[in-house]
Structures are given as structure tokens and as C-alpha cells.
Ligand binder design. Sequence first.
Ligand SMILES: CC(C)(COP(=O)(O)OP(=O)(O)OC[C@H]1O[C@@H](n2cnc3c(N)ncnc32)[C@H](O)[C@@H]1OP(=O)(O)O)[C@@H](O)C(=O)NCCC(=O)NCCS
Length: 177
Amino acid sequence: MKPPEIIETERLRLRIPTVHDAEAVFAGYAQDPEVTRFLTWSPHKHIGTTRAFLQSCVEAWERGGDYGWVITRREHDEAIGMVGLRVGGFKADVGYVLARPFWGRGYMPEAVQPVVDWAFAQPPIYRVWAICDVENHASARVLEKVGMVREGVLRRWVMHANLGSEPRDCLCYAKVK
Ligand SMILES: CC(C)(COP(=O)(O)OP(=O)(O)OC[C@H]1O[C@@H](n2cnc3c(N)ncnc32)[C@H](O)[C@@H]1OP(=O)(O)O)[C@@H](O)C(=O)NCCC(=O)NCCS
């Protein structure tokens, strides 16, 4: 049950990351506090942090269960974001991030949709889901656009350290069989 290493959409190409993506990821979004505002990680201060993260993504593909793709535009191989899929038994959850200059073009729903579709098409998987901070309206829209349904609020569910030291309420979205 391994997902495709390359996924192509009308405008985008998703592929397995390599450590050589570190320059684009670091310069493009990993050090941008606007991008990381609602994320569980803080802006990278050094490119080595980005490199180590990408290396961990490569190793995770080899282990299985945790799959990350860099998002590129079809005409450029430069990474402009990432989508992740974690499979755990009968459930799979998605996460994603995109560099700020590319927001608002519908790129993320276009990238996430085939990942959700792949997971949902796997017979053992009954639930594809995601969470986002209650104030992350853009992310909630992405989840709605890919066909997930808002199930409710998970109160005090996750630490988003960029917003403070207290656990945050999150919206929970899912698509189920
Ligand atoms: C959330 C995110 C992935 C959305 O990706 P995207 O490709 O811009 O998505 P869309 O173009 O479909 O826009 C989704 C919503 O973003 C908002 N949006 C659009 N342009 C925007 C802009 N320039 N700035 C901020 N938000 C914008 C709108 O609410 C839009 O909804 P609408 O289409 O109903 O108007 C992107 O904003 C991002 O990477 N944010 C930082 C990382 C993050 O929060 N990841 C999700 C963690 S749960």
C-alpha cells in the first residue's frame, strides 16, 4: 500500500523530496513566520534544519506509513510547498504547506485532492482526515474543497508554539466510507 512517488495534476507535480530541495524550501517558506503561524514547527533559522527535515522525509518513505511530497509546478522543478500523508491502520491524515507567493491560486486543493483520493481508494482505509487551527480559515477552506466534512472542534488539541504556549483548539475534518 505505497502511494505513487510522483503525482501529476493539471498545473502541479508532486514528487519525493531530496536534500537538494533544501535551498528552495528554506528560501521559499521554511523561514517565513507567516507560513508557519499555524504550524507545529517554528521558522527554520538555518538551512541545516531544512536539510535534516528533508532527509527524514526520504527515510520515512523507505520505512513506509509516512509519505511527504514536495509540490512543484509542472514547468519548474523547484519546490514551492509540501503535502504529507500519514497512514495508521484504517485511518490516514494529511498536512500541507505552501510558500506565500503561491497562495490563493487553488494550488493546495489541487495538490491535496489526488493524495486524499489515493488514500480513500485503498480498501483498508476508512477515514481520511486532517486538523487545522480554529483561526486557520485558509486551511479549513482547502479541506472543504477536497471534500472533507467538518466534524467539530477538538478543544485544546495541539500546541502551535508560534501562537503562544497554551494548547490550541482545532477544527477536525474528515472524509469517511
Ligand atoms: C492553507 C494554505 C495551504 C492554502 O493554500 P492555497 O493554495 O492558497 O489555497 P486556496 O488558493 O484554495 O485558498 C484557500 C483559502 O485561502 C484564503 N486565501 C486566498 N488567498 C489568500 C492570500 N493571498 N493570503 C491568505 N489567504 C488567502 C482564502 O480564504 C481561500 O479560500 P477561498 O478560495 O474560498 O477564497 C496556505 O495558505 C498555506 O500554506 N498556509 C500556511 C501553512 C498552513 O497553514 N498549512 C495548513 C496547516 S493545517
